[in-house]
Write a protein that binds this ligand. Structure first.
Ligand code: ZN
Length: 90
């Protein structure tokens, strides 16, 4: 064993902004098209947020993410918009 390749690779959860190991994250593609991976950066959800979003109506999450411009704005702006939108819905 010469070390595991996944060691040290982390991704940032789009919902809470926490970094978590890539291996533990859930890939989330707001476009719902997992086959077209070119020129796309996938978003990731940590386990906690993934579980939480699964309890929400999927349509609501999609709309919220789209409205918050997921992947189309810088993370800070996105997270702020996301949380504002999420707060509105609850
Ligand atoms: Zn998270």
């Amino acid at each position: 064993m010469f070390g595991s390749r996944r060691d040290g690779e982390t991704v940032t959860c789009i919902a809470c902004g926490e970094e978590c190991p890539r291996a533990d994250a859930r890939e989330y593609d707001k476009h719902g098209d997992r086959w077209d991976r070119q020129d796309k950066s996938f978003e990731y959800l940590c386990k906690t947020c993934f579980t939480e979003t699964c309890r929400q109506p999927r349509d609501g999450l999609e709309a919220t993410l789209a409205a918050a411009e997921a992947g189309e704005t810088d993370r800070e702006t996105f997270l702020r918009q996301y949380h504002e939108l999420a707060d509105d819905q609850t």
